[in-house]
Design a protein. Structure first.
Length: 278
């Protein structure tokens, strides 16, 4: 069944995918970009094409969300899907259901730091990034193989996935904890997955160490410079925009306009206090 890796864009989803793909899908825990292909993004055209769905027809896509997950799903094994979708009905159709979903790992990041990363990645101004975080919107196709995704405002996105808490199928992962104590946070993720699968937690010390060593930000940045990264976007000149750009240097206290900071804290104050960001 599916374990969702859900997050608002630029919140650390790729970091979690890198850790999981290294530890679960490699023989020795050493990371390479090819391993990320083991964790698809949803919605993805390939899952709908198997159903004969017209991927340019948004309503037909939404209508077949559940059917595409049934094809992807294997009841006897855990499958991972990344998504930036808000957990809401789209065009009156459910995004997923309990029959296809085993659990949710929700990755969250201080929205004040999302602004800088978001504006760099999508090549927009911080003011435009702020507008996106606060507005009801669709995130257009991020590539030819990805479908239109309902992103929604950050507040709704964060709160929408909490519904899985009542079923004991929800793990909240703060990006900041992942960065500052990767070992402890990743161990918690692996134990949560074992809990979902009702299997005994299996720990391979050497593989775990290799995973941590090869997925650090500087390692990923170096790998991107040597091999390029297919998920990196292009600017208007057709040049690749660095995906692994700032890391720990992305500090809202130094980079964020005070007016944007005040606006975010006013609009998202309750959630930020819940997450100990305020």
């Amino acid at each position: 069944m599916i374990v969702w890796l859900a997050s608002y864009p630029k919140s650390g989803n790729t970091f979690v995918r890198s850790l999981l793909s290294s530890y679960i899908f490699s023989e020795d825990g050493n990371f390479n970009f090819e391993l990320l292909t083991n964790i698809k993004q949803f919605p993805d055209n390939s899952l709908f094409e198997q159903l004969g769905v017209d991927t340019d027809n948004e309503e037909e896509m939404c209508k077949n969300y559940i059917n595409s997950q049934k094809i992807f799903n294997k009841k006897d094994s855990i499958r991972f899907l990344k998504t930036h979708s808000c957990f809401v009905n789209t065009n009156k159709f459910k995004f997923t259901d309990r029959h296809n979903t085993l659990g949710v790992i929700y990755i969250v990041r201080d929205p004040r730091n999302i602004i800088t990363s978001f504006s760099h990645h999508f090549q927009i101004t911080p003011e435009q990034a702020l507008e996106n975080l606060l507005s009801h919107q669709y995130l257009g196709k991020t590539s030819k193989k990805h479908c239109v995704t309902y992103l929604g405002p950050w507040k709704q996105h964060f709160n929408s996935w909490k519904v899985f808490r009542r079923f004991n199928k929800y793990l909240l992962v703060r990006y900041e904890d992942l960065v500052h104590d990767t070992e402890k946070t990743f161990l918690n993720i692996l134990k949560f997955i074992a809990h979902l699968g009702r299997v005994r937690f299996s720990y391979d010390e050497k593989k775990f160490e290799n995973t941590l060593k090869t997925t650090g930000f500087e390692k990923m940045q170096k790998l991107e410079s040597e091999e390029s990264f297919v998920e990196a976007k292009e600017n208007k000149q057709g040049e690749k925009i660095k995906f692994f750009n700032m890391g720990a240097q992305n500090d809202w206290k130094k980079l964020l306009d005070p007016k944007i900071k005040e606006n975010l804290e006013r609009e998202l104050g309750d959630e930020m206090r819940e997450l100990n960001y305020l």
